[in-house]
Design a protein around this ligand. Structure first.
Ligand code: HEC
Ligand code: HEC
Length: 323
């Protein structure tokens, strides 16, 4: 999946939250107003998160070819089941997104058809916003689809109103979703061994064509790179090491945001799950011999194997223009 990756730019579409300010002499009305505004704002935030993080794979348009994941409304229906409470629903979604494994899946047929979903890294409050939105909105209805189309239009027209840390996370996750989507499609079509080669030859042209609409630059680095070009430097190694230390203590480690040469730089961890083991797990046990020889041929100095689930595989570096 090389990008598959080197310098990859994406224009990020972000919404400004349009909230009209009204004033009321009446205290109760004012509180109601704030609650409603908060709901509109949360809905817009959730929809933006879903747009940048989920729809790349869970495309709501049923007519698209080469689907790599079930549409989100099907997943919603499955998770709603017969009598799920809001809390039960939210907990189940958070549970899967925090660690997409076969054990945590309640849709084994989706895993069989598409392969397991790659892991993405979110803020807890963002996953909760997404799950709450999915519980409260019937995203299979025509009415919702109209709202969605209007929202898409609005995000194209309104400039971003978002802090650097969240902006960088959106860029990193949107990139990850795109890489993941292409990777999954290749694995499905050609198997893991074929996908290694696919990445090596097709990923850069795909990446370059996206860089044309570029608003930020992004690359992936690792302390144990497969491609030597992706070797982390001293600062990046320090971040990766600190993430590992925090993990052993059971603590969360935040992204790092700093200014460099009049640009804003963000580091975001890239974590493994089961899905990565076919190419980054234990040789011969998880990486089959065919895949292994495809990797060895292209990357004689490969260091990116022997990983387990829920480890840090590397980081995304997102370089943003200053606002
Ligand atoms: C890179 C592609 C990709 C992206 C991006 C993605 N998913 Fe998935 N997702 C999948 C695939 C493939 C499946 C089906 C296999 C599975 O269940 O793991 C899936 C399944 C799921 C499931 C069902 C899990 C189960 O098996 O019980 C949920 C819930 C889910 N996704 C939620 C989300 C949400 C919410 C987002 C956005 C925050 C998202 N996904 C982003 C690929 C993706
Ligand atoms: C089909 C095999 C395959 C799978 C599955 C796969 N990778 Fe990779 N990965 C590669 C290849 C090949 C490269 C080298 C890309 C390059 O040349 O830049 C790579 C490179 C990377 C890099 C860049 C640093 C480096 O080592 O060069 C990261 C980070 C990474 N993979 C993370 C992941 C994560 C996380 C997953 C699971 C969600 C995953 N990969 C799944 C094949 C795979």
């Amino acid at each position: 999946m090389n990008p598959c990756i080197r310098f990859l730019g994406f224009s990020v579409l972000v919404v400004g939250f349009l909230i009209s300010c009204s004033y009321s002499e009446n205290q109760t009305e004012k509180t109601d107003l704030i609650t409603n505004e908060q709901m509109v704002e949360d809905n817009d935030k959730a929809l933006l998160l879903i747009k940048t993080n989920c729809f790349t794979c869970h495309n709501p348009d049923l007519k698209i070819a080469n689907r790599v994941a079930p549409p989100l409304f099907q997943i919603r229906e499955h998770y709603l089941g017969n009598e799920t409470t809001q809390n039960g629903f939210i907990t189940a979604i958070i549970n899967f997104l925090s660690n997409p494994t076969e054990e945590n899946s309640i849709m084994p047929e989706a895993v069989r058809n598409f392969g397991l979903m790659p892991k993405m890294t979110f803020k807890d409050e963002d996953i909760k916003l997404i799950a709450t939105y999915l519980y409260n909105n019937d995203i299979s209805s025509d009415e919702w689809y109209k709202k969605w189309e209007a929202f898409e239009k609005k995000t194209l027209q309104t400039p971003p109103e978002i802090n650097y840390e969240d902006l960088g996370r959106n860029i990193a996750n949107e990139t990850k979703a795109n890489l993941g989507k292409n990777l999954m499609a290749a694995v499905k079509k050609k198997g893991a061994a074929g996908a290694v080669e696919f990445c090596n030859t097709r990923a850069i042209p795909i990446t370059d064509s996206m860089a044309v609409v570029l608003n930020a630059t992004i690359k992936r680095v690792s302390d144990k790179p497969r491609n030597p070009i992706n070797q982390a430097n001293e600062n990046e190694l320090e971040y990766i090491e600190n993430w590992r230390i925090a993990k052993t203590k059971g603590e969360k480690y935040s992204p790092k945001i700093f200014e460099l040469n009049s640009k804003i730089v963000g580091y975001y961890p890239i974590e493994t799950n089961e899905m990565c083991m076919k190419c980054h797990g234990i040789p011969k046990k998880q990486i089959n011999t065919q895949t292994l020889s495809a990797i060895k041929k292209l990357y004689p100095n490969d260091k990116a194997f022997g990983y387990a689930e829920n480890e840090i595989r590397g980081i995304f570096i997102v370089i943003m223009e200053k606002k």
